[in-house]
Design a protein around this ligand. Structure first.
Ligand code: TTP
Ligand code: MG
Ligand code: MG
Length: 405
């Protein structure tokens, strides 16, 4: 059954009534075997910024397109079209290197408002099918379609409809991953890019995870991956063989996460737009800074400001979030949650500096920063929620912090 479903992914453009009916039957019968199984779609647009530019400017069609800085600048690639990727060009690569790899590539400056606009269009389409939508960034989101507005029992079918609507309304393609939890759906959306659709079922997830490279696990960054490699863990089955205590010894709390995730266990709900309480402060700088004295003192100022606000509101929080927007508008968030006690001024400053160093030195070395933000959430007087984190501060981030901390 699982193989049948996965096999459908290769011919997703077919659109005969019969074909769709086949999907419906396979998918329904699969999920009907366990009414408690959730149906989650992860949708991620293909070469998002580059595709938007190519759609808006037909001259760029079929060409290697790079959205980011100019080839002479010290900027990096934000997005590379699939044509550009044939030359080995990837996001976050210096533009100068991209130019050397493909001198005929067309370099385009980003237009963030336009990407936001397209992102809003896509979200409108999502809402036709479900209200349970959790955006991860402008170009991707999780959707819980276990119950959906069109009463369709097949998540695969819903994903196909969404892909088609997106294509009709924006002219762009996205890739869908369908599975029974967020982790597997996210991994699945990457499997058949571009314009892909891939299903991981309860029946075939074990086989899939066995063959998967562990570096694909969200939260496994460079640091964790080299640590895993040094332990001889590169493929899923190698991780699977390790006892939980072994992983905990090497990775702390992150070890528990790895143990669970490689067994396909992820109970996080798709948490939709509802705003969680958080208190934050951010600053866009007049010039972009590399990691160094100026950036550190900007962070000090933010930490002080945040502490002051917290005192004013008498808030006692457990989670600290750091937001970093780079000069190319690429934005990331990291969070850290205290297991005990509440954040005081000293702790806020210490943790914020630790995270900033990790992000700017280890993860994105040499990338200039245009904005820093700090926020606190998970207040001590707040009712405990399943995942008591700000929506943007994904649990994977938290776990990565715990793992590398
Ligand atoms: P991604 O979804 O990671 O990549 P993508 O959409 O360009 O390509 P793919 O088909 O593999 O999904 O990121 C979405 C957008 O976010 C991307 O188009 C540009 C921006 N971005 C950056 O600005 N810098 C980065 O390092 C990355 C990874 C993305
Ligand atoms: Mg994408
Ligand atoms: Mg994405």
């Amino acid at each position: 059954m699982g193989e049948n479903l996965a096999g459908l992914t290769g011919s997703q453009t077919a659109d005969t009534g019969l074909y769709n009916l086949t999907i419906l039957i396979l998918d329904t019968s699969l999920y009907m075997s366990d009414p408690l199984v959730r149906k989650i779609i992860h949708l991620d647009m293909d070469a998002f910024y580059a595709s938007v530019e190519m759609k808006d400017n037909p001259d760029l069609q079929g060409k290697p397109v790079i959205v980011g800085g100019s080839p002479q600048s010290r900027g990096v690639v934000s997005a590379a079209s699939y044509e550009a990727r044939k030359f080995g060009i990837r996001s976050a690569m210096p533009c100068s290197r991209a130019y050397r790899l493909c001198p005929k590539a067309v370099f385009v400056k980003p237009r963030f408002h336009r990407y936001q606009e397209v992102s809003r269009q896509i979200h409108e389409i999502f809402r036709v099918y479900t209200d349970i939508i959790e955006p991860l960034s402008l170009d991707e989101a999780w959707l819980d379609v276990t119950i959906n507005h069109i009463d369709c029992p097949s998540a695969t079918w819903v994903a196909q409809r969404i892909k088609k609507d997106i294509l009709n309304e924006t002219g762009l393609t996205g890739s869908a991953g369908i599975s029974y939890n967020k982790f597997l759906a996210k991994i699945a959306s990457d499997e058949r890019k571009p314009d892909g659709l891939f299903v991981i079922t309860p029946d075939n997830s074990a086989d899939f995870l066995r063959e998967m490279d562990v570096k694909k696990i969200p939260g496994v960054g460079k640091v964790t991956n080299s640590k895993l490699q040094s332990l001889g863990i590169e493929k899923g089955f190698q991780l699977f063989e390790k006892p939980e205590d072994y992983l905990k010894n090497h990775f702390g709390k992150f070890g528990h996460y790895l143990y669970q995730i490689i067994r396909g266990i992820d109970h996080r709900p798709v948490s939709s737009y509802r705003e969680r309480k958080s208190l934050g402060i951010e600053n866009t700088f007049k010039e972009d800074y590399l990691y160094g004295t100026e950036l550190k003192s900007e962070l000090d100022r933010l930490a002080e400001g945040l502490s002051k606000r917290m005192r004013k509101k008498d808030s006692r929080a457990r989670t600290l979030g750091l937001k970093v927007k780079f000069h190319d508008f690429h934005q990331i968030t990291r969070s850290i949650t205290l297991q005990q006690g509440i954040l005081d001024d000293a702790m806020i400053s210490k943790l914020a500096h630790k995270k900033l160093a990790e992000v700017t030195e280890a993860e994105y070395p040499g990338k200039r920063v245009r904005l820093l933000g700090l926020s606190v959430s998970n207040f001590a007087d707040e009712e405990k929620e399943d995942v008591s984190l700000n929506r943007q501060l994904d649990m994977f981030d938290l776990l990565e912090i715990m793992g590398s901390g």
